[in-house]
Design a protein. Structure first.
Length: 447
């Protein structure tokens, strides 16, 4: 089998990419470290580290002050909003920063909940990370009814007929994940948003897991809110929320009295994590540079960009130069990661007793991202997800075990009580050689 780098040389220069990530050079027990834990948080390039440390060294100050470092901080925050606006395709004043996606989602759910009560309904799904479930379940205390969209257990996809049947005139919000952080399923969020809007409901999208793998275009999706976490796409531990300006202005956030009522600042409570926000601009620029380099490498046009990528076509006619580069980056990332994923799934299917949960049909790989959940059939005590992750960790393979906060899914599939899944998550800095070594290690452990 040819290496993935040989199979897809047209876009990504893996040597150059990996050289930008200091952590990738580590070893464990003499084995080169293979970071296959991207779904729990990706590694960061040196430019992100530098941006964070440079801010602390030069410009550490609060906002709104009448002196230089405070003005520099104000400018840095504006730059970061502009960067995330390019990343999501929205206006800078529709970007809200927070400690993480979970906190931001609770923030919005508390505000929306102020206007809800008995008779109102919210729809969540069995496939979602609990960060897009529990904040809405909390509104049951106000008498709100929470309804559940079920899944097809055979391939871990949403039952769209069931979902559609549970949207009605009482539905006030539909909460759905862009992609499953457990099994990698990419949901048809644009169609789900249309169903929500047809019933007069809001649509709230959790794009945390989708962020490193596919192009996000909130204008094309027409979602009301979309939340993501920059530490999942090569940045610092921060959360980012897109909200349509009309909603950010209309809803009433819980906040301290001196805080402005201006959008989006009214949603940002207390002093923000300025140093990490400085790192957000750096991580977005890293992705944009991937796109610029990929276009240089292949000497191509962008006429196919966005149609093959997971996110579909971009809506803007004249994207900013950085947005255009981001679009190109995700085309390259999509092509490379899917080749790597195909290699991994093919190899896993040849290991006896390994079961992959989710979509495994190559004809349907466009419906998933390169995050795999697996278990050993008839597992022994040495083959539980935790035991596998431990043995792989000793050999330098960083994977994850458990439910990854996708609790409803592990309970639905009856694996929660026996350790959940072993999760392998690929991102664009992983290599075909790492995949081959992982397959060899799993064959030795399970075989």
């Amino acid at each position: 089998m040819p290496t993935t780098e040989t199979a897809a040389p047209s876009a990504l220069d893996l040597t150059h990419i990996r050289a930008q990530f200091p952590s990738l050079s580590q070893t464990v027990n003499g084995h080169p470290a293979a970071f296959l834990d991207g779904p729990g948080g990706t590694q960061v390039p040196q430019r992100v580290i530098d941006a964070i440390s440079n801010y602390l060294r030069r410009d550490n100050a609060n906002t709104g002050g009448a002196y230089s470092t405070s003005r520099h901080t104000d400018a840095m925050l504006a730059d970061a909003r502009a960067a995330m606006a390019d990343f999501l395709n929205c206006a800078p004043d529709e970007i809200v920063f927070g400690p993480n996606m979970t906190t931001l989602t609770y923030t919005i759910s508390r505000a929306i909940g102020r206007d809800l009560g008995p008779g109102d309904e919210i729809l969540v799904t069995r496939l979602d990370h609990d960060a897009n479930v529990s904040p809405w379940l909390a509104l049951e205390e106000k008498g709100v009814t929470i309804r559940w969209a079920e899944i097809h257990e055979a391939d871990c996809t949403l039952d769209l007929a069931d979902l559609a049947s549970k949207i009605n005139t009482r539905t006030r919000l539909v909460a759905v994940g862009y992609a499953s952080n457990a099994v990698g399923t990419v949901n048809p969020v644009k169609a789900i948003i249309r169903l929500a809007h047809a019933a007069g409901a809001l649509a709230y999208v959790d794009a945390v897991h989708y962020g490193p793998h596919g192009l996000i275009d909130v204008a094309a999706l027409d979602c009301d809110f979309l939340a993501c976490s920059t530490y999942k796409f090569f940045g610092p531990h921060m959360g980012v929320l897109f909200g349509k300006r009309e909603h950010l202005a209309r809803l009433r956030p819980y906040k301290v009295r001196p805080l402005t009522d201006a959008v989006p600042n009214r949603w940002e409570w207390g002093t923000l994590n300025h140093e990490c926000i400085a790192g957000i601009t750096a991580c977005v620029d890293y992705i944009a540079d991937l796109g610029r380099q990929s276009l240089t490498n292949v000497d191509t046009t962008m006429k196919h960009v966005g149609t093959a990528a997971l996110g579909g076509p971009s809506s803007e006619a004249r994207p900013s130069p950085r947005r255009a580069a981001i679009v190109a980056a995700f085309e390259a990332i999509h092509q490379y990661e899917h080749a790597l994923m195909a290699r991994l799934i093919t190899g896993l299917s040849q290991i006896p007793r390994i079961k992959i949960y989710g979509i495994t049909d190559p004809a349907r790989f466009s419906e998933r991202c390169p995050t795999l959940a697996l278990r050993v059939i008839n597992q022994t005590a040495d083959e539980t997800p935790l035991a596998l992750a431990t043995q792989l960790g000793d050999r330098g393979f960083f994977t994850w075990d458990g439910n990854y906060y996708a609790l409803n899914l592990t309970e639905q599939l009856d694996v929660e009580k026996s350790g959940g899944f072993l999760r392998i998550g690929l991102v664009h800095y992983n290599t075909g050689e790492e995949v081959d070594r992982l397959l060899q290690a799993l064959t030795q452990i399970v075989g």
